[in-house]
Structure formats: structure tokens, C-alpha cells
Design a protein around this ligand. Structure first.
Ligand SMILES: O=C(O)[C@H]1O[C@H](OP(=O)(O)OP(=O)(O)OC[C@H]2O[C@@H](n3ccc(=O)[nH]c3=O)[C@H](O)[C@@H]2O)[C@H](O)[C@@H](O)[C@@H]1O
Length: 418
């Protein structure tokens, strides 16, 4: 049977329509598969740099009341301080010390799991007992920060929230950029627009001295050869501080901490996990430099650091800008807060052995090329002159206090040291 051209054309048309529909569905299917498998659509990403992007509950009259009450000044000439990273090691000690003096203190912390969050919760409980409320949130959350400044006219910000640790930067570089750079800029953006602008004191690091060999390290020395991304982000912070001081008149003081240790410390630091591993009978790695060179740190006890932080807050001049506009030059400072007596890591281990009454299983290793520098040593004459800073705790005494705390905190195996 002959097909008419009309029927022939219709058949062709139908078959192309079927093909078009088929390929459209295939295409749509591929897009959907791609969309659902793409990491950006995953609400619970595995990348720890995004841990803190989870949402937090804040706001409401009861919450605002707690914020106001925690930040209320209770002494003459007191200050009201927003402490970021308040559930951290230094943050907890500084918050408690400010509260004891009668200053208003409000904490902010994202309680991330870089190390055992239950230790952060225990520090939070400690602060709560002394009347310090820690708001759960991230320094990258502008809406939250603006809200806090709306509720309280903070005179000062003690900015201690950061991604710490030198070696972890090779595992998770994004978290350093997220907290130490993006988070810091976000905080400064909110501070510059606040009215009145607060004075800001923040944690830099001894690691900015990087591969320098001239000792002791002075604030005047070069800081352009960092050995880790961590150090590079702290150095970036110092430059960012300069910019916000220059453009907006924010009063900014950076404190270069030297290997801070003590009770309620950080489990990712060597003195802490050496203690845990020595007690467990596990071997510990002690780094040494080329040709059996000594690796040493200017270990600084937490109470000395707290005194330095409070002195920095007390001597901070007011920011000069308002409503995002600079009115005149403002204070910009950087100080070393160290102990001025470096101790070899192997001596640190010997002290721990004596205090714990257990011999360590020492595994001497070549200093890995993962961000560690061979030694640190602070020149503190500037902090001595301007802040009256005078560290008074030697490593032996400080570790004794740490070990006493450690044994009581982890006593009876009730809590397992991370
Ligand atoms: O001073 C600072 O700015 C820095 O101090 C510490 O960094 P670090 O001095 O490297 O402290 P630890 O990680 O506790 O290391 C202490 C010493 O033990 C050594 N170490 C570390 C780990 C290990 O397994 N074995 C070992 O011998 C390190 O090389 C270093 O000399 C903190 O972790 C940083 O957050 C801080 O910014």
C-alpha cells in the first residue's frame, strides 16, 4: 500500500517528537542526578571547614534578657566585653577573670568539634556558674553579631575565636580561612558599623615569626616567612587589622601568644596529649631538628596570658569612628605575650614523667615538615613597658597545676581524654 506524503510526513513528525521527548527526559534526568549528587546541595557536608555553618537558635525576649544580664557591668569603671571563642581554653580563663572583676562579659562560641566538644561544654558550665552566658553561634554570622551589638553597646571585643593548631592546617586548610580570615573580617565589619565602635583585642600567634632565626623574637622583626597556613592566616589577620584601623578608626591590639598551656587546656597540644599517652603507656613522638638539633618552645602559663589580655583591654584606647566613618587616627598595637625562657620539648617530657611518676615511651622523630618551627622565644620588653606584663610561672610550676587539673578532670576514667 502506498503511503501518501501527508501520512509519511506525519509518521516522521511523530517519530521525531518521540525522540525529542525521550532525549529531553534523559537530559532532565542527568541534570537531576548531577544536582542531587553535587556537594553544595548536601545539607550535612563532611568538610569540617563547614561544620560551623549549621544553624543555631538565638533571639527572642528570654534570650535577649540573658544576653543583657551577662553583659551588665557590675563594678565602677567596668567594661562590657564580647568574648568570642569563650568556650575555648584562653576564652574561658579570660571570661572568668573579667567576670571576677565585675566587668560585663558575654561569650560567643560555635562549639565545633575540632577537639572534644564535651570539654568545651564543661568550660561553658563553669562559666555559667559565675554568671557568664555563652551564645551559641559563629563569627561568620553577621545577623547574629549585629543583633548582639543592638542588644548591648559593648565597649570592648576580646576576639579569641579561631581555628588553632599548626599541623592540622595541612589536613583542613579551609577551616583556617573560614575562621581566621573570613570570620575575622566579618567581625570587624560589624564592629566598624557599631555605634559606639568597640575597641578590639585579638589573638595573633608566635607562629607569625615563622622561619626567623634571630632570637628572641621582637615585634620589630620580619614576619613574612610563615611555615604553616595557620601562621599565614594569623599574619593575614594582622594586615587586616591594619586596614580596619586605617579606614574605619577601629582601635586594634593583636597579641602574639607563645604556646599557652595550663588547666582546661587544648587536647590537640603536645603537653596535653603527651600527658594522656604517657598515662596510657602509649609511645609519644618527640621531634628533633636536623643533626639532633633541639626543638624548643617558649611555653607560657595561662594565668600570665590572662593578665596580658586584661592589661591589653585596660590600656586599649577608644575607637575613633562611628557609623562606619573614621573620625581620626586610632590605636594599632601588636605585643608578644611569651615567657622568655624556651624549654626543649624533651625537657617538657621529663617534667611530665616526674609529675606523673610514669616513664614515657619516647620515640625520637625528625621534625616533620608540616608547619612546626624549630624554636620560639619571646622578647617581651614592649608588653612589659606598655602593659606591665610580667610572666611569673615557670614550666615546672605551671605543668604541676595542669597535671593536678588533668588527673581530677579525667579521674576514675569517668571521662576519656579525647
Ligand atoms: O605559639 C603559638 O602561637 C602556637 O602555639 C601552639 O603551637 P605549638 O607551639 O606548635 O604547640 P604544640 O603543638 O603543643 O607543640 C609544642 C612542641 O611540641 C612539639 N611536638 C608536637 C607534637 C608531637 O607529636 N611531638 C612534638 O615533639 C612541637 O614541634 C613543638 O615544638 C598552638 O597549638 C598554636 O595554636 C599557637 O598559635
Amino acid at each position: 500500500m502506498d503511503k501518501s506524503p501527508y501520512i509519511h510526513n506525519r509518521l516522521r513528525w511523530h517519530s521525531s517528537l518521540a525522540k525529542l521527548t525521550f532525549w529531553s527526559f534523559m537530559f532532565l534526568g542527568l541534570i537531576l542526578i548531577f544536582f542531587f549528587r553535587s556537594p553544595s546541595s548536601n545539607p550535612l557536608p563532611q568538610d569540617p571547614s563547614r561544620r560551623s555553618l549549621r544553624t543555631y537558635n538565638w533571639g527572642g525576649p528570654a534570650w535577649e534578657k540573658r544576653v543583657r544580664s551577662s553583659a551588665r557591668i557590675r563594678s565602677r569603671n567596668g567594661i562590657s566585653v564580647l568574648v568570642t571563642g569563650a568556650a575555648g581554653f584562653v576564652g574561658t580563663h579570660v571570661s572568668a577573670a573579667l567576670k571576677r572583676r565585675g566587668d560585663g562579659v558575654l561569650g560567643l562560641d560555635n562549639f565545633n568539634d575540632y577537639y572534644d566538644p564535651s570539654l568545651k561544654r564543661a568550660r561553658q558550665a563553669l562559666l555559667e556558674r559565675s554568671g557568664v552566658f555563652i551564645v551559641e553561634g559563629d563569627i561568620n554570622d553577621s545577623a547574629l553579631l549585629r543583633k548582639l551589638f543592638e542588644v548591648v553597646a559593648f565597649t570592648h571585643v576580646m576576639h579569641l575565636a579561631a581555628q588553632a593548631g599548626v599541623r592540622y592546617a595541612m589536613e583542613n586548610p579551609g577551616s583556617y580561612v573560614h575562621s581566621n580570615i573570613a570570620g575575622f573580617v566579618n567581625l570587624l565589619e560589624v564592629c566598624k558599623s557599631a555605634n559606639p565602635q568597640p575597641a578590639i583585642v585579638w589573638a595573633s600567634s608566635s607562629s607569625v615569626y615563622g622561619l626567623n632565626t634571630k632570637v628572641p623574637f621582637s615585634e620589630r622583626d620580619r614576619t613574612d616567612q610563615p611555615a604553616s597556613l595557620y601562621a599565614a592566616t594569623k599574619k593575614a589577620g594582622e594586615e587586616i587589622a591594619h586596614t580596619y584601623n586605617h579606614i574605619y578608626g577601629l582601635s586594634l591590639t593583636g597579641l602574639r601568644f607563645f604556646t599557652v598551656y595550663g588547666p582546661w587546656g587544648r587536647p590537640d597540644m603536645a603537653y596535653f596529649f603527651f600527658t594522656r599517652d604517657i598515662l596510657k603507656g602509649k609511645s609519644i613522638s618527640i621531634f628533633e631538628a636536623a643533626n639532633h638539633g633541639t626543638v624548643a618552645r617558649d611555653f607560657t602559663y595561662i594565668d600570665d596570658i590572662v593578665k596580658g589580655c586584661l592589661a591589653a583591654l585596660d590600656t586599649a584606647e577608644k575607637s575613633t569612628g562611628s557609623g562606619g566613618k573614621k573620625k581620626g587616627p586610632a590605636q594599632l598595637r601588636v605585643f608578644n605575650l611569651g615567657n622568655t625562657s624556651p624549654v626543649p620539648v624533651s625537657d617538657l617530657v621529663s617534667i611530665l614523667e616526674r609529675l606523673l611518676k610514669v616513664n614515657a615511651k619516647r620515640n625520637i622523630m625528625k621534625l616533620p615538615r608540616n608547619g612546626d618551627v624549630q624554636f620560639t622565644h619571646a622578647n617581651i620588653s614592649l608588653a612589659q613597658r606598655e602593659l606591665g606584663y610580667k610572666p611569673s610561672t615557670d614550666l615546672q610550676t605551671g605543668l604541676k597545676k595542669f597535671v593536678r587539673w588533668y588527673l581530677s578532670y579525667y579521674s576514675g576514667g569517668k571521662k576519656a581524654a579525647g
